[in-house]
Design a protein around this ligand. Structure first.
Ligand SMILES: Nc1ncnc2c1ncn2[C@@H]1O[C@H](COP(=O)(O)OP(=O)(O)O)[C@@H](O)[C@H]1O
Ligand SMILES: [Mg+2]
Length: 255
């Protein structure tokens, strides 16, 4: 099957500094591909480079079409959904208003979103800034799912969430992946094990490993220790310490 994203020789720069170098990989047209690596290796930069949020060279093909010369808004309109690392909900707007603002298509998939996020339906009148971190993550995911996208780029959706909420987000991602292919940055290896089909591992801004099976990669103790600094024993003990506080409102984002 043709990949939905094909990235070749991608270099990206922030403030004149090169942050990723010669990154090449492809994202299959179905399922979840995990983008892994220690902090600071260039995962977020890779995603931002794909959609042109930071300067880049190299080639990016979306569904067989070159998009690397296009501006971000055009790339997004071609059907790339982006769920940023810090969620970026509009804190002074209600849940319903946040979702309304995200509607890009003539026929937004409101029914799908209502089925996937019943809690958001209940909270539609609540200001997004007063939601918990997990609920804000759901708003961020819901916004991306409202539109008919060819691929979703999702950056650390479970970061800082309590274990129970992590599982809720993971379950939602699994359901979402049945409708759209996903490139997922995720540090929680239990979540990766549960969700990911393939995996791409970055180290020092370069691709250090590519695996058709994320589970095979995670089972390789030497490799995971070297590339991630931890080994996932399958029981979750090796998952990086996630922050707690998912039950409390997240700090307000100034918009
Ligand atoms: N706004 C920024 N200004 C300067 N350097 C940055 C900025 N954002 C990221 N970097 C640098 O780019 C590199 C890759 O960062 P990033 O893509 O955020 O890594 P990851 O998402 O894997 O943690 C790091 O060395 C980081 O210090
Ligand atoms: Mg990051």
């Amino acid at each position: 099957m043709k990949p939905i994203l094909n990235i070749a020789g991608l270099n990206a720069f922030i403030a004149g500094q090169q942050v990723i170098e010669d990154v090449s990989f492809s994202v299959p047209a179905t399922g979840i591909t995990a983008l892994l690596g220690r902090n600071g290796v260039g995962k977020t930069s890779t995603i931002k480079a794909i959609i042109g949020l930071i300067g880049r060279t190299g080639t990016v093909e979306l569904d067989g079409q070159r998009i690397e010369k296009e501006e971000t808004h055009r790339i997004i309109r071609r059907g790339v959904g982006y769920v940023p690392e810090d969620r970026e909900v509009f804190s002074k707007l209600t849940v319903a208003e946040n979702l309304k603002l995200a509607e890009r298509d003539a026929h937004p998939r409101r029914q799908l979103v209502e089925e996937l996020f019943p809690d958001l339906v209940k909270r539609s009148g609540q200001l997004a800034g007063t939601l918990s971190g997990g609920q804000q993550q759901m708003v961020s995911l819901a916004r991306a799912l409202l539109n008919e996208n060819k691929v979703l780029l999702i950056d650390e959706p479970t970061k800082g969430l309590a274990p129970k909420i992590v599982q809720e987000v993971a379950d939602t991602l699994a359901q979402a992946a049945a409708t759209v292919p996903i490139l997922l940055v995720e540090q929680n290896l239990q979540v990766v094990r549960q969700l990911a089909d393939g995996a791409v591992v970055l180290s020092g801004g370069r691709v250090a490993h590519t695996a058709d099976s994320a589970a095979d990669f995670l089972a390789d103790e030497d490799l995971t220790r070297r590339l991630l600094g931890v080994h996932d024993d399958g029981a979750g003990a090796a998952a990086p310490a996630a922050g707690s506080g998912a039950g409390e409102p997240a700090p307000e984002v100034a918009r």
